[in-house]
Design a protein around this ligand. Structure first.
Ligand SMILES: [Zn+2]
Length: 337
């Protein structure tokens, strides 16, 4: 089985990125959360792009992914054809990344079957045209995006990408929720599509876009997914939530604890630390992590990296997930985990 790779999505301000780098260095953290990084260059500040380029040059980042920004099309921030043109120009002028995601048009849970079909067709046809417009040395670094609600649509994507000879595919059609359908969620249908891709195209390196808390990472790895990108660690921290290896996010914000409002209290926090064997400089003090967003960000990031590093070694993974994230244990069956 391929070792799962966590790709850290850096849709963050340069101030945040500098803070993360400084703190990890200051605390002598040996884990390397920025080995694999994904940015959406069209939607990143030029200061972030410059900083990421420097980190790639000095070896902090080993694998850099340029994302198409299809998520911004999904949210209605930019039209698909504008994205295509800007992205092509950016890729042609910047050949210093390791992976280049082809443009895509993600359907949302609100789309009719006809709308989904049209978006899938656009993704594949424009992706193919984009592929041929790229310089030849970038073509082998491209990731084709598989979209589609039905297995027929997924199959249509696979057949077309196979013909192009693409070596990496990314799956993006997760269920969505949120008022702008902007949050991807793991569901049975998307897992069936992933299993279908693995069966029909076993030699492909499969990436999944935009999902991945710790229990999700475990499910994806057991399904043969090679890599996934997620910004969940930073979003969770902003809402006062923390992960431990293999657990979902739990709220530790002080106000909710004082109200006794469904949050993780200190006893449960210590129990989870013990059960998962997690230690890091940012969660030594429960009071501090419940008050400091930056500490939660760093702790969550390290919990993600630890999850992925110990995915095949942790003896109690399934019982940790069943006990602390029971909503995810139903996926054990779908993925034949
Ligand atoms: Zn920690």
């Amino acid at each position: 089985m391929v070792n799962l790779r966590f790709v850290c999505t850096l849709s963050i301000a340069p101030r945040d990125l500098r803070m993360l780098l400084c703190e990890l260095k200051y605390q002598n953290v040996t884990l390397k959360p920025f080995d694999n990084v994904l940015i959406s260059p069209l939607f990143s500040r030029s200061e972030t792009i410059r900083l990421v380029k420097k980190l790639k040059e000095d070896g902090t980042i080993r694998n850099l992914y340029f994302d198409s920004g299809g998520y911004q099309v999904q949210k209605g921030v930019i039209g698909y054809h504008a994205l295509y043109n800007h992205l092509l120009r950016f890729y042609q002028e910047n050949d210093w990344a390791d992976y280049y995601v082809l443009p895509d048009y993600p359907p949302t849970s609100l789309d009719s079957p006809e709308q989904v079909q049209q978006k899938v067709r656009l993704t594949v046809e424009c992706g193919r045209q984009f592929y041929w417009e790229l310089p030849s040395h970038l073509r082998e670094k491209t990731i084709g995006v598989v979209q589609g609600r039905s297995l027929d649509e997924v199959h249509y994507c696979l057949e077309n990408y196979k013909r192009l000879g693409i070596k990496q595919l990314g799956f993006g059609s997760f269920g969505t929720r949120g008022s702008d359908s902007g949050v991807n969620i793991l569901d049975e249908r998307s897992l069936e599509s992933i299993a279908f891709i693995r069966r029909h195209y076993p030699e492909i390196r499969l990436h999944t876009f935009g999902v991945g808390n710790p229990p999700t990472a475990y499910i994806l790895s057991k399904m043969g997914v090679a890599s996934f990108d997620s910004s969940g660690w930073i979003k969770a921290a902003a809402y006062g939530n923390i992960y431990f290896p293999f657990t979902r996010a739990y709220n530790v914000s002080f106000r909710r604890i004082e109200k006794g409002n469904g949050a993780l209290n200190e006893d449960a926090f210590l129990q989870l630390k013990d059960l998962t064997g997690h230690e890091c400089p940012f969660c030594r003090d429960f009071r501090e992590i419940s008050k400091s967003r930056d500490k939660r960000v760093l702790h969550n990031l390290l919990s993600m990296v630890e999850t992925v590093e110990s995915i095949n070694e942790h003896p109690q993974v399934q019982s940790v997930i069943s006990q602390w994230s029971p909503n995810y244990s139903k996926f054990f069956k779908v993925g034949k985990v």
